[in-house]
Structure formats: structure tokens, C-alpha cells
Design a protein around this ligand. Structure first.
Ligand code: C2E
Ligand code: MG
Ligand code: MG
Ligand code: MG
Length: 291
């Protein structure tokens, strides 16, 4: 009897596994179709210069407008895209789209100095397509160096050699490199020194603790201090409150990004037309609009 129910259970398990496998295959097919049929979108979130309160640029965040399931977030499909290798073609599309956005800005905004940051995963750094995409259809603007790539710190530590050579090549092409979610992963401050990077983005978990946990403030101060010494820019991620913004200004952080300053939006004009931070009574800039 026990044997039988065990068998039944394992059959059930097999069925479930099979169903999951079929699901995954279907989603993979769906995803390559999504790319071919133009269901992918970029949403844009502003990055604000804390020295003068102006929007300095945007981060492009991938979305999938799924015909049945609605708007999907990266967590819903980027892991699959990475496993299946589709991320290489998707990443190429992301770069193309970023160039189109820049081209549009250059055509419509006088003396445009805005930057656009795209996220790049491990598979893409190991693939020549990324460099090809960057080299193709790059519009010329007044400032140059308008494209940034964001890579995770794990990638810079684990894959050092393969990753570094691509990053060096990108920097030769005028692309700047930012380490994303810094502090969340395995690397330490001393790794910063050996990384071919231009900016550090402080992980939002440390920002969340500003004003609440003294240790978080110490970590953020440490990252900012180290980055300053190395001539690397610092961006705070996930800024959600005025207290956090005030703390970041006090610590001398260069730039900030987060729901307080602007949520990701499908309409890039909406994001870059944000009014500059207003100067508060205490003399520190505050956002005029909280979205
Ligand atoms: P990320 O690069 O660290 O992007 C920041 C994430 O934090 C975004 O989530 C953004 O919506 C969210 N965020 C921004 N401000 C706040 C805030 O104030 N509070 C909180 N709680 N969250 C905030 P999203 O769009 O879901 O993206 C998640 C991750 O997916 C990104 O993290 C990035 O690693 C990855 N990703 C996004 N687009 C692409 C892409 O085109 N290619 C690749 N390979 N990965 C991508
Ligand atoms: Mg990012
Ligand atoms: Mg991040
Ligand atoms: Mg992240």
C-alpha cells in the first residue's frame, strides 16, 4: 500500500515536473516571439544630480508587455532569458532602443547632456554581440559618453578576466561602466580599486537603513569615501524618503535614484522633464514632485 501511494506520489511529481518543463518551454518560445513581435519595452527612471538637483540621466529598465499576462517585470522573465541565452539578443535590442532614445533627444533637446544607463548580465559580457550593438547606430551628440552599462559586482569578481576585457573594450568606445547593487554581493571595498569602473551604485538595502541603522550609514559613508578617493562617481539607489535624501547629501553622495525622485515610466519625456529639485528652507534641494 505504502508502495502504491509512493508510486502515485512520484507519478504526480513527474507530471508536475513535466508541466513545469512545458511551461518553461512555452515561456521561452513566447519570449523569443516577444522580441520578434515588439512586445518588449524600456521604462525609464530618472537619476538626479544631488549637487544641483537636475535630472542627469535615466536608467532603462526592461519590461515585457505580454499579450495575455500584462506588463511583466524583469524578475518574471530575465532569469529565463539568461538561462536560455536569449538575453544576448534581448540585450542587443536594449542597446538599439537606448540609441534610438538618445537620437530622439539629440534631435529635440538643445545641447543635450543626458545619459542613459542599461543593465547588462554576465552572458552579455562574454559575448561579442554587445560590442557590436554598441558600435552600431550610435548617434552623435554634444557630449559623447552618453551610454552607461550597469553590471553586478559578482560579475566583476567571479568572471574577472572575461568580464574585464569586455568592460575595457566598452570604455575604449566611450561607454562608462557602473557597478550595480554595490555592497549587496561578495566583493569588498578593496575590490573597487581593481575594477574598470566609472560609477558605483549603492545597493538600496543600505539606503533603506539610512537614519535607522547607524551601521548602514557607516557603510554608505565608507563607499562614498572610497569612491571619492578613486575618482569614481557614487549613485544611491532606492531613495524613498526625504530623510534618506538629506543623509545622502550630508554624506556627499553625487547622485540619487528612487521612487521619491521618480518611478520608472514608459514615457521617457515625462522622466527627463521632471522639475529640478527645489531648494528647501534649510538650503538643501528637495524634489518638487513626489511620484
Ligand atoms: P537594478 O538594475 O538594480 O534596477 C533597479 C530596480 O529597483 C528596478 O527594478 C527599479 O524599478 C527598482 N527601484 C527603483 N527605485 C526604487 C525604490 O525607490 N524602491 C524600490 N523598492 N525599488 C526601486 P526592476 O525594473 O524590477 O528591475 C529589476 C532588475 O532587473 C534590475 O535591477 C536589473 O538587475 C534587471 N534588469 C532590468 N532591466 C534589464 C535589462 O535590460 N537587461 C538585464 N540583463 N537586466 C535587467
Ligand atoms: Mg541597474
Ligand atoms: Mg541596482
Ligand atoms: Mg538589482
Amino acid at each position: 500500500r505504502a508502495k502504491e501511494s509512493g508510486k502515485a506520489r512520484s507519478e504526480l511529481f513527474d507530471e508536475r515536473m513535466q508541466a513545469q518543463a512545458v511551461d518553461a518551454l512555452q515561456t521561452e518560445d513566447d519570449l523569443s516571439l516577444a522580441l520578434a513581435e515588439g512586445q518588449l519595452r524600456l521604462h525609464y527612471q530618472p537619476i538626479v544630480d544631488l549637487r544641483d538637483g537636475h535630472v542627469q540621466g535615466v536608467e532603462a529598465l526592461l519590461r515585457w508587455q505580454h499579450p495575455r499576462r500584462g506588463l511583466l517585470q524583469p524578475a518574471d522573465f530575465v532569469p529565463l532569458a539568461e538561462r536560455s541565452g536569449l538575453i544576448v539578443d534581448i540585450g542587443k535590442w536594449v542597446i538599439d532602443e537606448a540609441w534610438r532614445t538618445l537620437e530622439n533627444w539629440y534631435a529635440t533637446i538643445e545641447d543635450c547632456r543626458l545619459t542613459i544607463a542599461v543593465n547588462v548580465s554576465r552572458r552579455q559580457l562574454a559575448n561579442a554581440e554587445l560590442l557590436d550593438a554598441v558600435a552600431t547606430n550610435q548617434p552623435t551628440g554634444p557630449a559623447g559618453n552618453a551610454l552607461l552599462v550597469e553590471v553586478s559586482e559578482e560579475l566583476l569578481v567571479a568572471d574577472a578576466n572575461a568580464g574585464f576585457s569586455t568592460l575595457h573594450a566598452l570604455r575604449m568606445m566611450g561607454v562608462r561602466v557602473a557597478v550595480d547593487d554595490f555592497g549587496a554581493g561578495v566583493s569588498s571595498l578593496k575590490h573597487l580599486q581593481s575594477m574598470p569602473i566609472d560609477h558605483v551604485k549603492v545597493d538600496r538595502h543600505f539606503i533603506a537603513g539610512l537614519g535607522l541603522h547607524r551601521q548602514d550609514e557607516a557603510v554608505v559613508a565608507g563607499i562614498i569615501g572610497m569612491a571619492k578617493n578613486m575618482g569614481v562617481g557614487v549613485v544611491a539607489e532606492g531613495v524613498e524618503s526625504h530623510d534618506q535624501l538629506d543623509a545622502l547629501r550630508r554624506l556627499g553622495c553625487d547622485s540619487a535614484q528612487g521612487f521619491l525622485l521618480g518611478r520608472p515610466s514608459a514615457d521617457v519625456r515625462d522622466v527627463i522633464d521632471l522639475p529640478a529639485l527645489e531648494t528647501g528652507r534649510d538650503g538643501t534641494p528637495r524634489p518638487v514632485v513626489v511620484r
